[in-house]
Design a protein around this ligand. Structure first.
Ligand code: ATP
Ligand code: MG
Length: 230
């Protein structure tokens, strides 16, 4: 599947129930996310936010209704979806290989210069420069030294290399202390400012920077508006 910019996501009457369960987790969601827009998705634990993220990403299909990127169901893209939607989860995964290889998961062709550039942009270049083998340092070696915030920054650097137009963040700062969290939020906001941002979060820090905020309650869209309106 190949589509062209601008990339607009449209969710129409989305219903979802996990296989072999009876409770409907998403119950008729409607939502438009335009290219370049910043959307925050709030809601209590268990309200269906991460479920919605997996559906947007196309990993699961709605039971009824549709989730479309420029008119094509996201579930139809297969692996190609990573060209359009980049995801950072609450526990970014580092593979047991070098820092360079971990970053190149976003873009195999990236030069060392590009790797240093994204490390600089997420504020990790100085740290990596001090490691014995720099970009070639194995992360399990460095793993001891990578704090939660640094892992999030590394995941963010990977996403920047991939350069997908839509970025989906599922509680990307959970488990960070407030100061590190604010620093990661600032990095996200400045580095991803031209992209579509879908930000799933438990709390309100940083939402004043968003264009649109929605609350999901018990699988339904409960409130919607700009941060100022809510
Ligand atoms: P949190 O804020 O804690 O991350 P959430 O809003 O992301 O919560 P989801 O993870 O989407 O919530 O879960 C919504 C509901 O779906 C929960 O009741 C959960 O138990 C259920 N659920 C999640 N994953 C599965 C699964 N793989 N199979 C069956 N039920 C699931
Ligand atoms: Mg969740």
């Amino acid at each position: 599947v190949a589509i062209e910019a601008p990339y607009d996501l449209t969710l129409t009457n989305v219903h979802y129930t996990y296989p072999n369960t009876s409770r409907e987790i998403l119950r008729g969601l409607n939502l438009q996310i335009h290219a370049g827009e910043k959307l925050a998705i709030l809601g209590k634990s268990g309200s269906g936010k991460s479920t919605l993220a997996t559906l947007i990403r196309g990993d699961r299909k709605p039971n009824s209704g549709s989730i479309e990127l420029n008119g094509v169901a996201t579930s139809e893209f297969g692996d190609q979806i990573t060209n359009y939607i980049g995801v950072i989860n609450q526990t970014p995964y580092l593979f047991n290989t070098s820092i360079a290889n971990n970053l190149r998961l976003g873009n195999e062709e990236a030069t060392d210069e590009q790797l240093w550039d994204v490390l600089e942009r997420v504020g990790l270049a100085n740290m990596v420069k001090k490691l014995p083998n720099q970009l070639e340092t194995m992360v399990q070696e460095a793993g001891l030294r990578f704090s939660g915030g640094e892992r999030h920054r590394l995941a963010l650097a990977r996403i920047l290399l991939k350069d997908a137009p839509i970025i989906l963040l599922d509680e990307p700062t959970v488990g960070l202390d407030p100061i590190t969290e604010q620093a990661v939020i600032n990095t996200i906001m400045t580095q991803l400012k031209d992209k579509t941002l879908i930000w799933i979060t438990h709390h309100l820090q940083g939402i004043d920077l968003m264009d649109q905020v929605i609350f999901i309650e018990d699988g339904e869209l409960n409130m919607q508006g700009s941060p100022a309106e809510l």
